[in-house]
Design a protein around this ligand. Structure first.
Ligand code: HEM
Length: 418
């Protein structure tokens, strides 16, 4: 295979090599420090196909330039999703979704699974949710304004769960329960939270309750089919496309896929606007900027940091030999700051016109919830600009220690009405 992207590579200096040798990109703590952006800039320029040796996880390659991230993600034949699709503990323990879950399949099986739920995610289908979602955002922002001070990570928590709950077919009276269980089961991509034994135990308990809830809802839909995703999952069991466990994994995936990503997209958007009040004012005065603003939030915040693929055959990339069976991390948040594609890549610019960001992936696994995520963020920015005049930090924000999600453990802010 020819090299995937042009652009000179400046050799790594000896002193930089010494620093790089001490950085483990699989270590979630590395991402708790904003300095990780500098390291990725260095990798893009000097070591764009970087080997991360065995550390907290088995060794893997990292691609960090835009063109390479795009090419690897588009080539689902050479770079398979069927093992696991992110860095994390499951690389040691095995991933229960491998070869079964939408995100963890390739080729015809992946197409079949995607077709099963595609219809629920078309722009037309999700447009029906707009009034609901707008009212949820209004209510959450009004409550936060009334309190004066809030943790914005909590303020925006209901929006993504309610969106997907509505598509799944979860009755409205159960949304709060679903939010509680989802937060307890997968509540945080943060390593510190995940590794405490008590957090793990209550997460497992909440997850078991979620699966029981899903089972019960599937039983109800078997008796009374509706126009919702859970009914599709039941029908797929009747045709043999899924077994019951596959259906529950699907339910899990949909709840998870759009949850923390959208939530931290909204949190990151607020922080970016707080850091640049002139742009916030511009958005208030000109809502035609909402479309480019959503694209820019996705690029600049890049809520999903990376996805993982496994090489199916030996491949040469920028002179580096990737062997069949080795894992390759595609760091889209780094691609989204690549100066070869984006002008002033580290600047947040709500009017950015050329913005082919990779925040939602690309290729066969391109985000299924892309239109939904776009609508949620648009409504959020619209209502935020309408209702909130300014926001100030109550304490310095603490970043998530996570290789997967770009976000914050907490964002304590004081909001003032517009
Ligand atoms: C800002 C919000 C979001 C971001 C940044 C995001 C990001 C991504 C990315 C990068 C992928 C590619 C995964 C891969 O290549 O392995 C993906 C796939 C996916 N996303 Fe999203 N997503 C967001 C919102 C949503 C929402 C709201 C849903 C709704 C359920 C959703 C559901 C999915 C699903 C099911 C897939 C797998 C598609 C497949 O494997 O074919 N996402 N997303």
């Amino acid at each position: 295979m020819p090299e995937l992207s042009s652009g000179a590579i400046v050799p790594v200096s000896r002193s930089a090599r010494a620093v790089l040798d001490h950085i483990d990109l699989a270590d979630p703590q590395f991402f708790a420090d904003p300095g990780h952006h500098r390291v990725f800039r260095y990798l893009r320029d000097h070591d764009p196909v970087h080997w991360n040796p065995d550390g907290v996880e088995p060794g893997f390659w990292s691609v960090t330039r835009y063109e390479d991230c795009l090419a690897v993600q588009k080539d689902g034949v050479t770079f398979s999703s069927a093992g696991t699709n992110t860095l994390g503990q499951q690389r040691w323990t095995g991933d229960e979704g491998s070869g079964r879950m939408l995100t963890h399949t390739d080729g015809p099986r992946h197409t079949e699974l995607r077709q099963l739920v595609n219809r629920a995610f078309t722009p037309r289908a999700i447009a029906k949710l707009e009034p609901y979602l707008r009212s949820i955002i209004r209510q959450s922002l009004d409550e936060a304004l009334e309190q004066g001070e809030c943790d914005f990570v909590d303020t925006v928590a209901l929006l993504p769960v309610a969106s997907i709950a509505a598509l799944l077919g979860v009755p409205r009276e159960d949304w709060t329960l679903l939010l509680r269980l989802t937060t307890a089961a997968f509540g945080s991509a943060d390593q510190d939270v995940q590794t405490s034994p008590s957090a793990r135990a209550s997460a497992a308990q909440a997850h078991a309750q979620l699966l029981l809830y899903c089972q019960e809802l599937m039983n109800q839909r078997r008796r009374n089919p509706c126009d919702d995703i859970v009914t599709r999952l039941v029908e797929a069991q009747d045709t043999g496309l899924l077994d019951e466990e596959d259906a529950m994994l699907f339910f899990d995936l949909l709840l998870l896929g759009g949850n923390e990503t959208t939530r931290h997209g909204a949190v990151g958007a607020l922080l970016a606007l707080m850091e640049d009040p002139e742009q916030w004012q511009r958005l208030r005065e000109d809502r035609t900027l909402l479309t480019t603003a959503v694209g820019e939030v996705l690029r600049y915040v890049s809520p999903s940091k990376h996805v993982l693929r496994r090489a199916e055959r030996d491949v040469e990339l920028h002179g580096r030999q990737i062997k069949a069976g080795q894992d390759v991390a595609i760091w889209h948040f780094s691609a989204n700051r690549d100066a070869r594609v984006f002008s002033d890549a580290d600047t947040f610019d709500i009017a950015r016109e050329h913005n082919p960001h990779l925040a939602l992936g690309s290729g066969p696994h391109y985000c299924l919830g892309a239109s939904l995520a776009g609508m949620e963020l648009r409504l959020f920015l619209d209502e935020l600009s309408e209702r909130v005049g300014s926001a100030t930090l109550v304490e310095p924000p603490a970043r998530l220690a996570s290789t997967v999600i770009s976000g914050f453990k907490t964002l304590r802010v004081r909001l003032l009405p517009s």
